[in-house]
Design a protein around this ligand. Structure first.
Ligand code: NYM
Length: 221
């Protein structure tokens, strides 16, 4: 029996990621699929509580320490992702390891280093498709700018976007380190909500209709 696909939606802050994730979930459910919606960071777990406090600047942590907590927060849910997929429940995830690397590697000085940032996430379940919602910092500003949390600054977002671009090239190409083959789809998220959601549907339609025979892959392994 085929398993369900693992779909990740990634993107910059203000890219409409959370809205699009919820629209996609409704559409999948209306088509009769079971869907488990996850969001990283998952602020409800004990590790997530530490992350939440850090993001709101209510606590301070060393850059390495917070990076490892974000990754641990994903590992906490890794087995749930796998068991859902096996029982034919689509896993739809709002942010994943790619955000973890992009935001941490864009920090500094001193820089953490791209390879170091990627290491703790090696071996996590690999998404079958990653939809990257791309938006220019200028367009994001038009949408009302950034909020109050850490990282929500234009210069930082510009650097984050660069790291995402690298991740897409290395991971999506299939020729990247470790040969991981998530299908990496860049979607212009600067357009209106309906156009973006139609495009997302177009890019996942076949995958969800057919399911997958092969086991879940591992990230960067
Ligand atoms: N973020 C998110 C990280 O720095 N590392 C991670 O591993 C993840 C999953 O947290 N600015 C950052 C990106 C966001 C912030 O995300 C909170 P959201 O989607 O606004 O709750």
């Amino acid at each position: 029996m085929p398993r369900a696909p693992f779909i990740v939606i990634e993107g910059l802050d203000r890219s409409g990621k959370t809205t699009q994730t919820s629209l996609l979930r409704s559409r999948l459910e209306q088509s009769g699929h079971h869907v488990a919606l996850l969001k990283f960071p998952d602020r409800t777990t004990p590790i997530g509580t530490l992350i939440d406090s850090y993001l709101r600047s209510q606590s301070d942590l060393d850059d390495h320490a917070i990076h490892l907590l974000f990754s641990a927060n994903r590992w906490e849910l890794a087995s749930r992702i796998e068991s859902n997929l096996k029982s034919n429940t689509i896993v739809l995830c709002d942010r994943y390891a790619f955000s973890g690397i992009a935001f941490s590697a864009a920090k500094g000085p001193p820089p953490l280093g791209y390879e170091w940032c990627r290491a703790p996430d090696v071996g996590l379940p690999c998404p079958d498709v990653t939809l990257f919602l791309d938006i220019t910092p200028e367009k994001a500003r038009e949408r009302g700018g950034y909020g109050e949390e850490r990282y929500e600054k234009e210069e930082m977002q510009r650097r984050v976007r660069e790291v995402f671009r690298r991740l897409g090239e290395e991971t999506g190409g299939g020729g990247g380190s470790g040969g991981t083959t998530t299908r990496w789809e860049v979607i212009d998220a600067g357009r209106d909500q309906e156009t973006v959601s139609m495009e997302i549907w177009r890019r996942v339609e076949n995958l969800v209709a057919n399911g997958l025979e092969e086991d879940v892959d591992r990230l960067w392994k």
